[in-house]
Design a protein around this ligand. Structure first.
Ligand SMILES: [Zn+2]
Length: 335
C-alpha cells in the first residue's frame, strides 16, 4: 500500500526535512567528574510553530514510579444508561439523544460550547479499555457525530478523546467528545495558516521517505503515520484524510479507513507506550483547503503513579519524545 501512496504523491514536492532539523552536541560534567557528550536533534514543525527535541539519551533515564494501584471501581456508570445522561436542549436545534446500533450521542452535562456532545462507542457494554471495541463501534460513533454535525449546520465539527485519568477523562467508560462550532479550534486555526492540502501532501511525502508512514488506504486516500516532529505528546500517531478538510464531510470509505487506523493507533499506544492518551481532531470547514486529521498522543501511564509527562517545555510548545519517531514507526510496523 505504500507503493500506492508513492504513486499518489508523484509530482508532489516534498518538504525538505533537513532544513527543519538541527543537530546539537551537548556536554555535561557528571557529579563525579566524568565528562559526557550527547547529541540532540531539534526538529521544527512549521505548521504548528512547534518543536520536538529528540534526545534518545533521555530514554534511558529512570523514571521514578509510585504506583497508585488501579483505579477505584465506579459506583454506577451513567454511560451504560442513556436515560441518566444529559440531553441536547431544543435551543441547539438537535434531538435530545442520537442512537446507532451500540453507539449513542448526547449533550455534555457541562458544555464548553453551544454544541458540545459526548458519544459512547458502545453503551451496551461497560467498556473501559478501548481495545474491547469492535471496528463498527468506531464507525457508528463517527457516523453519529457526522450526522449531528451536518444537522447543526456549524462549519467546524470535530471529535476528540480523553482516555484515562491522566488524560483528563472523568468517566472511565470509553467515550469521545465533539464540538460543532462557528470557529475552528485554536490549534486548527494555527495549522490552517500554512497547512493546505498541498502542504500536507508534501509533508507526508517527506515522512514516507523517512519510513514513518504506517499505512495508506488507496481508495479513500487516508494515511496513517508517525509524526516526525510531535506536536502534542511524546509519541504521536496521525490519521489524516488527504482529500478532505473536515470531519463532517467524510464519506463512508474515509470513515472506514479512519476508524481502522485510529483503532490500530490506540492498540499500539496502549500495548507499547501508555494506557493514558488523548486524540485531538483538527478539522476545518468543508470548503477550507486543509486535511482533516486526528492526532493520537500518549500521556504518562498509570503505572508511573502520580507522575505527569508534561512540564514547562511542553507548555511552551516543545515536545521531548522518549521513543524516537523512527523507533515508534518500527514498533507500529511490527505490530
Ligand atoms: Zn458504563
Amino acid at each position: 500500500m505504500l507503493e500506492d501512496l508513492k504513486k499518489y504523491l508523484k509530482g508532489v514536492r516534498k518538504v525538505n526535512l533537513k532544513k527543519l532539523e538541527r543537530n546539537i552536541r551537548v556536554f555535561v560534567i557528571e557529579p563525579f567528574g566524568h565528562s559526557k557528550a550527547s547529541e540532540i536533534k531539534i526538529r521544527s514543525n512549521p505548521a504548528f510553530f512547534s518543536k520536538a527535541r529528540i534526545a534518545p539519551e533521555r530514554e534511558a533515564r529512570k523514571i521514578e514510579t509510585t504506583s497508585l494501584g488501579f483505579k477505584t471501581p465506579s459506583l454506577e456508570c451513567f454511560f451504560c444508561n442513556p436515560e441518566e445522561c444529559a440531553k441536547f436542549s431544543k435551543e441547539t436545534g438537535l434531538k435530545k439523544q442520537y442512537f446507532l446500533n451500540d453507539s449513542f450521542a448526547f449533550s455534555n452535562l457541562f458544555p464548553f460550547g453551544k454544541i458540545h456532545g459526548v458519544v459512547v462507542h458502545n453503551y451496551k457494554q461497560h467498556i473501559v479499555d478501548p481495545r474491547g471495541l469492535i471496528l463498527n463501534n468506531w464507525i457508528d460513533s463517527i457516523k453519529l457525530v457526522k450526522k449531528i454535525g451536518v444537522i447543526s449546520k456549524k462549519k467546524y465539527v470535530s471529535m476528540h478523546v480523553n482516555c484515562g485519568s491522566k488524560a483528563a477523562s472523568s468517566l472511565e467508560h470509553f467515550h469521545a467528545q465533539f464540538h460543532c462550532e462557528d470557529e475552528p479550534l485554536a490549534k486548527t486555526a494555527l495549522a490552517m495558516k500554512l497547512g493546505n492540502k498541498k502542504y500536507w501532501k508534501s509533508w507526508v511525502k517527506a515522512l514516507l521517505e523517512e519510513d514513518l508512514v504506517i499505512d495508506f488506504d488507496k481508495e479513500s486516500k487516508v494515511v496513517f503515520f508517525v509524526e516526525w516532529s510531535p506536536v502534542f505528546g511524546k509519541t504521536e500517531f496521525v490519521v489524516m484524510t488527504l482529500e478532505n478538510s473536515s470531519f463532517q464531510k467524510m464519506n463512508d470509505k474515509e470513515i472506514n479507513a479512519v476508524a481502522r487506523f485510529i483503532d490500530k493507533a490506540i492498540r499500539i499506544t496502549i500495548d507499547r507506550v501508555s494506557d493514558q492518551f488523548n486524540i485531538v481532531n483538527l478539522s476545518a470547514a468543508p470548503r477550507d483547503d486543509f486535511c482533516n486529521q486526528f492526532r493520537i498522543f500518549s500521556r504518562a501511564p498509570l503505572s508511573h503513579g502520580i507522575k505527569s509527562w508534561e512540564g514547562y517545555l511542553e507548555f511552551s510548545g516543545e515536545t521531548v519524545p522518549h521513543i524516537i519517531p523512527k523507533r515508534l514507526a518500527e514498533i507500529a510496523k511490527e505490530y
